[in-house]
Write a protein that binds this ligand. Structure first.
Ligand code: BV8
Length: 255
């Protein structure tokens, strides 16, 4: 999308956003599904395309769904894994990696499980909700199993520790607590930051949604990048109302 397709209000707000970012020593990027939309990964609030139109992801991303119908949940994640494997980081992810080269203390906190911030080159990415390419035992056995290939059999795979068919994606489902160590790392990064750029999130899922609210409560600068308005937009220091793949490269180019 060329600059001409970016709303004038967004283009005129860019210099202020760039001034804030230039003056920041420890920015945090807080991202949600919207940052991967232009890579071809549907967000949660998009109607899932194809086979998954009739399912609500929030219904499938739960321990109850896995207990009730493990094959359906495994098939849902295999479908999403295949989609992520067929996609790649977009210019928005690349721009965030470029920003880390300009600002080495930049941290990325993401709600996404696609790994695209790491793939784009960011380091120390804090993945609040896990990684779609890792499995873990649903019965609590220790350890994560890296799996970048697709399993043909939709039955849960066998746990190498307990031998039961209990492996599931190592992601945080609705109703499951986030890893306390990951939360502590995110808390420390937000505590230390002097600016947050919130990219592509509806800000509706807790406890992750509390991080931008904390930045606002601490009167730090918050730049929001989202084509829609969200509960954060009113209080944001700057709201760049556009797609992240368009506006992040422009912003990075001004630093
Ligand atoms: C918890 C991993 C304690 C899985 C995800 C009842 C029972 C239990 C809990 C609850 C309950 N009621 C409420 C809760 C709390 C619940 C919650 O917050 N629910 C919400 C729906 C109200 N939270 C939890 O359950 C959390 N755990 O609370 O534990 C506990 C324990 C036991 C009992 C009680 C409490 C766990 C939450 C984590 C769930 N896992 N992901 C998977 O991915 O399969 S969440 C998942 O949905 C994503 O990771 C993400 O976080 C969230 C979707 O949010 P977004 O990323 O913001 O995406 P969304 O589609 O919403 O928005 C996209 C945005 O992008 C939009 O604003 C759009 O405008 C914008 N956009 C579009 N295009 C672009 C763009 N932006 C930029 N550029 C573009 N081009």
């Amino acid at each position: 999308m060329s600059e001409s397709s970016i709303p004038f209000a967004t283009l005129s707000a860019l210099p202020e956003a760039a001034r804030l970012l230039r003056g920041s020593r420890r920015p945090v990027i807080f991202s949600g599904a919207g940052v991967s939309k232009e890579s071809g990964i549907p967000t949660f609030r998009d109607a899932q395309t194809g086979l998954w139109e009739q399912y609500d992801p929030a219904e499938l991303a739960t321990p109850e769904a896995f207990e009730r119908n493990p094959e359906l949940v495994i098939a849902f994640y295999e479908h999403r894994r295949a989609n992520v494997l067929a996609c790649k980081p977009n210019p928005g992810h690349i721009a965030i990696a470029d920003l880390e080269r300009l600002k080495p203390d930049l941290r990325v906190i993401t709600q996404n499980i696609d790994g695209f911030h790491r793939l784009a080159g960011n380091t120390g990415v804090i993945e609040l909700h896990g990684d779609i390419f890792k499995d873990r035992c649903n019965r609590g056995c220790e350890g994560l199993i890296e799996r970048r290939f697709l399993q043909a059999d939709p039955q849960p795979a066998q746990c190498p520790t307990c031998g039961r068919r209990s492996l599931r994606p190592a992601v945080v489902w609705f109703g499951e607590s986030l890893d306390p160590a990951v939360m502590a790392e995110a808390d420390a990064a937000v505590e230390a930051c002097d600016l947050m750029i919130v990219v592509g999130t509806s800000g509706l899922v807790y406890p992750s949604a509390r991080f931008p609210l904390r930045v606002l409560a601490e009167k730090k600068a918050l730049i929001e990048i989202n084509p829609e308005s969200t509960p954060l937009s009113q209080a944001a220091t700057v709201h760049l109302q556009s797609g992240s793949a368009q506006v992040l490269p422009l912003l990075a180019g001004l630093i």
